[in-house]
Design a binder for this molecule. Structure first.
Ligand code: NAP
Length: 263
C-alpha cells in the first residue's frame, strides 16, 4: 500500500454519530486512511460494534458515548478522546436528527430538538476540539450538513433551519481559523441511503396513499435528485477534505445531490 493511501497515519479523528449510517462509513474510511478513530454516539451498543469491527480489521478505534446536545457529555467526549488518541486533528460533526411537519403542525419541542442536536451539537463539539487544533497549527473539521443548508423544501423547516445554522456557523469559524491551519467545510448531501431516509419514506407512506417506491420518488423530487447518494460517496469526500493538500479549501459548502441543484 502506498504511503499516500494512508495519508491520515498519525492523526487522531473523532466522528460523531458514528454508530450507524453515514458516520459509520466515515469512521471506516478515516481508519482505512490510517487515522486512529473515536466513534461516538448515544447508543453504546452501536458504537461498540463499529469500534470492535475496526479493531478486528487492524485499525486503532475506540467507542466513546456522547450526546452532542449536552455540554457536560461533550466535555467528557473531549477528555476521553484526547486520553485515547493523544490529540484530535480531525473532527467530523455527523451526528444528526431529522423530522418533518408542515408549519401549522410544527411543535416547539420538534423545533428545539432539531436545533439542539444539529446546530447546537455542531457548535459544542467544534468548540471542544478547535482551540487545540489551532494551537498545534493543523486541523480538519468536516460538518455533515445537508442540501437543505442551501435550499428550502416543504415540511422540513426545522431541519432546514438547523442545517442552515450549521453552514453559517461553519463559514464563520472557518474565517476565524483560516490562519491557524484549521479548515472547516460542510458536505451538503441530498438524500442518502441510510436509516434516516428509510424513516422519511415511512413518514410519507403513513400520511399518504403512496407505496415505498413512490414515496422515495416523491422525496427525491422535492430536491430534484435523480438517485440516492451512497454513504461511501460522503465518506470519500470527507477523507479528501482531510488530506494534507486540502488546506486551501475552507468555509465551503459542497453539495452532493447527484445533480439535483442543477435541475
Ligand atoms: P442515522 O442513520 O439516523 O444516524 C444518525 C447518527 O447520529 C446515529 O449514530 C445517531 O446515534 C447519532 N445521533 C443522533 N442524535 C444524537 C445526539 N443527540 N448525540 C450524539 N449522536 C446522535 O442518519 P444518517 O443518515 O447517517 O445521517 C448522518 C448525518 O447526515 C446527519 O447529520 C444528517 O442530518 C446528515 N444527512 C443525512 C441525509 C440522509 O438522507 N440520510 C442527507 C443529508 C444529510 P444515536 O441515536 O445512538 O445517538
Amino acid at each position: 500500500m502506498s504511503q499516500d493511501s494512508r495519508f491520515l497515519a498519525g492523526r487522531g479523528a473523532v466522528v460523531t454519530g458514528g454508530g450507524r449510517g453515514i458516520g459509520e462509513v466515515i469512521a471506516e474510511e478515516l481508519a482505512s486512511k490510517g487515522a486512529s478513530v473515536v466513534v461516538s454516539a448515544r447508543s453504546t451498543e452501536q458504537i461498540d460494534r463499529v469500534a470492535s469491527r475496526l479493531r478486528e480489521a487492524g485499525h486503532e478505534a475506540y467507542a466513546v458515548a456522547c450526546d452532542v446536545s449536552d455540554r457536560e457529555s461533550v466535555a467528557a467526549l473531549a477528555s476521553a478522546a484526547v486520553e485515547k488518541l493523544g490529540k484530535v486533528d480531525v473532527l467530523v460533526n455527523n451526528a444528526g436528527v431529522a423530522g418533518s411537519a408542515p408549519l401549522k403542525a410544527l411543535e416547539l419541542d420538534h423545533w428545539n430538538h432539531m436545533m439542539a442536536v444539529n446546530a447546537t451539537g455542531t457548535y459544542l463539539v467544534s468548540k471542544a476540539f478547535a482551540s487545540a487544533m489551532a494551537a498545534r497549527g493543523w486541523g480538519r473539521i468536516v460538518n455533515i450538513a445537508s442540501v437543505t443548508s442551501r435550499v428550502g423544501t416543504p415540511y422540513i423547516s426545522a431541519y432546514t433551519a438547523s442545517k442552515h445554522a450549521v453552514l453559517g456557523f461553519s463559514r464563520a469559524i472557518a474565517s476565524e481559523l483560516i490562519d491557524k491551519g484549521v479548515t472547516v467545510n460542510c458536505i451538503c448531501p441530498g438524500y442518502v441511503d441510510t436509516e434516516m431516509t428509510v424513516q422519511s419514506i415511512a413518514n410519507v407512506t403513513s400520511r399518504t396513499q403512496l407505496n415505498d417506491e413512490e414515496a422515495l420518488r416523491a422525496i427525491l423530487d422535492t430536491v430534484g435528485q435523480r438517485r440516492l447518494i451512497a454513504p461511501q460517496e460522503v465518506a470519500h469526500l470527507t477523507s479528501a477534505l482531510c488530506h494534507e493538500h486540502a488546506g486551501g479549501t475552507t468555509g465551503q459548502a459542497i453539495v452532493m445531490d447527484a445533480g439535483g441543484l442543477l435541475a
